[in-house]
Design a protein around this ligand. Structure first.
Ligand code: ATP
Length: 444
């Protein structure tokens, strides 16, 4: 697949999807802001995940845990000691690189070379760099007041395991899901919103009886792959990647990534991880908090620390995958200029329908606005009366709007309008009073 990243970055800025954070000050490194259309797109993706994981199942409960947690959490989880990357600095050009990823890095002084490959480079010894952002709680800036911005949402779920299980009277197997921000001081962020320092995760931890874990692992693997397919990602761009023994975290019993082909040199990259974490997390928190985190199985009359199957997906990374997957440039019959289309699954498109009066007279704007107001209760809609109708279609194609509704000379008489399909370019004549039902049927 071609590399469309630069084109997407520019489209996303121009059309209000994604802006560089604090751009007027020169930008913040690898932090991005979602604009009016981007926030809708990402929200639609998060809502789909929430509906699939929480609302449509009675064995998964939702949670929204705080970003700041007790610092002992991160000792128990292993992040204080182990959430590190090996880092080297260049004493001459002041570049900073991951020692294990030098082959992917460019020397700032001589971008055609890898750091360390030319004479001017003087690399330091590798040192361990912790990726957690540190800050202070309360008025005193002393070590006792250090807290971390969470580098993953999962720990908020583990520490609430018993709160949720008992308050909701859940029986194992059951899961807890949440969507929230996570922060990592990545040494080599980049590729737009692929790897950033502030991002959003959608994580679910499923608690199961030891011995049933691999069965559940297989089930979650299949369910999560299907979710990405239903989102509209092309089957040929999706693949599982199994972690080899060397890649597995020391506590993990099995791990598969769902990978997506981002095209160009980036190619297949992880968008989601499905992990069998065994009883590592709950056992660690038991030890560090001295609180029992066991489940009592009344039927089997036994007590145990459940195993955890985790599914962890980045909301931003999936948003990027959806954008990359959707971006296409195509020729249009009978027109000199082609068009750019975001062929997004209509269910996640930021705007579902755009309404245009063909001309600015003869009562057409009034009728178009009345339609817009009526549809607004059910869908995200846009109203546009400026420029030629062809230009207006192109503007909507470029942001992925699946339907364009045009009020023309005939409409004010017989109360029908045309509805143009983004992908087929086919136009249906539809009764204005039937528009809501028509769109509902098409959007599912
Ligand atoms: P990578 O090595 O690609 O940075 P990871 O293996 O550290 O990712 P996990 O800790 O398993 O990732 O996190 C689960 C998911 O969270 C990833 O699949 C990804 O979608 C998302 N994610 C992790 N780090 C980032 C980041 N820096 N920016 C955006 N999304 C991220």
């Amino acid at each position: 697949y071609p590399d469309v990243m630069d084109k997407l970055v520019s489209l996303c800025k121009r059309r209000g999807f994604i802006f560089q954070s604090s751009e007027i000050y020169g930008g913040t490194g690898s932090v991005w802001d979602y604009g009016p259309l981007g926030v809708e797109l990402k929200k639609n993706i998060k809502d789909r995940w929430w509906n699939a994981m929480v609302r449509s199942r009675d064995d998964i409960e939702g949670l929204d845990a705080a970003i700041l947690m007790h610092p002992r959490t991160w000792e128990a989880s292993g992040h204080v000691a182990g959430f590190v990357d090996p880092l080297v600095d260049c004493k001459t050009c002041k570049g900073r690189f991951r020692a294990d990823k030098l082959e992917d890095a460019k020397c700032p002084q001589k971008p055609s070379k890898q750091p360390g490959q030319h004479d001017a480079c003087a690399l330091t010894e590798a040192r361990q760099f912790n990726l957690m952002f540190k800050t202070h709680m309360g008025a005193l800036e002393e070590s006792a007041s250090i807290v971390y911005l969470r580098p993953e949402t999962a720990q908020g779920i583990f520490v609430n395991f018993l709160n949720v299980q008992q308050s909701m009277r859940q029986k194992v197997p059951f899961g807890i899901a949440q969507i929230g921000k996570a922060f990592r001081n990545e040494i080599t962020p980049g590729n737009f919103i692929f790897r950033t320092r502030e991002f959003e995760q959608m994580e679910m931890q499923f608690f199961v009886e030891p011995g049933t874990d691999m069965e559940w692992f297989e089930q979650w693997k299949a369910l999560r792959m299907q979710w990405h397919l239903d989102l509209g990602l092309s089957p040929e761009r999706l693949e599982f990647h199994q972690h080899s023994a060397g890649e597995l975290a020391h506590y993990a019993r099995a791990a598969f990534d769902v990978t997506f082909d981002f095209g160009g040199t980036l190619g297949f990259q992880e968008i989601e991880g499905v992990h069998n974490r065994g009883d590592f997390d709950l056992t660690q928190h038991q030890t560090f908090s001295s609180k029992k985190l066991e489940y009592f199985d009344q039927v089997g009359n036994k007590r145990y620390v459940p195993y955890v199957i985790e599914t962890s997906v980045g909301a931003d990374r999936v948003t990027l995958a959806a954008l990359v997957n959707a971006y296409r440039e195509e020729a249009v019959e009978g027109e000199a200029e082609g068009r750019v289309v975001l062929g997004l699954n209509p269910a996640i498109a930021p705007i579902k329908a755009a309404i245009f009066p063909l001309t600015k007279k003869d009562g057409q704007p009034e009728m178009a606005q009345a339609i817009m107001k009526e549809l607004r209760g059910s869908f995200t809609v846009d109203y546009d009366e400026s420029g030629s109708i062809g230009k207006r279609y192109r503007r909507q194609d470029e942001v992925g709007t699946p339907f364009c509704i045009t009020v023309d000379g005939q409409s004010t008489g017989d109360q029908t309008v045309t509805v143009r399909n983004r992908d087929t370019l086919a136009q249906d004549r539809v009764d204005a009073s039937q528009l809501k039902a028509y769109l509902q049927a098409k959007l599912g």
